[in-house]
Design a protein. Structure first.
Length: 141
């Protein structure tokens, strides 16, 4: 019998007499939210459309970069990057190269000083030994 009563009433004319604000105040919003199937609701959301509406510049302007960097362990980051190994390796290579250059310069200076001493002492360069005595003996063995 209630079915016939509902069928005979025009819903629009009935809603004219309903106080919507009073009706909403009577609704328990938490109970209503508990009845929502979240998975079904999220399946209907177009995330590409939602992300397209986000202003990334505005989001980035709100970031406190200093606060974020304060939380970063820079020492661990540098160690992980391998920079200390690269610096140590390049420093060793530079030091080795510098030593090689210095040695070459010293050999050249030594030869120059030897020639100068030979001239001052008026030694005949053709009568000078081509190598130290111990080195000459080992090369002959």
């Amino acid at each position: 019998m209630t079915g016939r009563v509902v069928e005979t009433i025009d819903p629009d004319s009935l809603l004219e007499y309903v106080d919507v604000d009073a009706l909403i105040e009577r609704i328990d919003v938490n109970a209503l939210i508990d009845r929502v199937d979240l998975d079904r609701l999220l399946a209907r959301v177009d995330l590409d459309q939602v992300l397209a509406r986000i202003d990334l510049d505005r989001v980035l302007d709100g970031l406190d970069i200093d606060r974020i960097l304060a939380r970063v362990d820079l020492e661990a980051l540098v160690r992980r990057s391998g920079i200390p190994d690269i610096v140590a390796e390049s420093t060793g290579a530079v030091a080795g190269s510098a030593l090689d250059v210095a040695r070459g310069q010293l050999v050249g200076l030594d030869a120059l000083v030897a020639r100068l001493v030979d001239r001052l002492l008026r030694r005949n360069p053709s009568k000078q030994a081509s190598a130290p005595l111990l080195l000459r003996e080992e090369s002959g063995r």
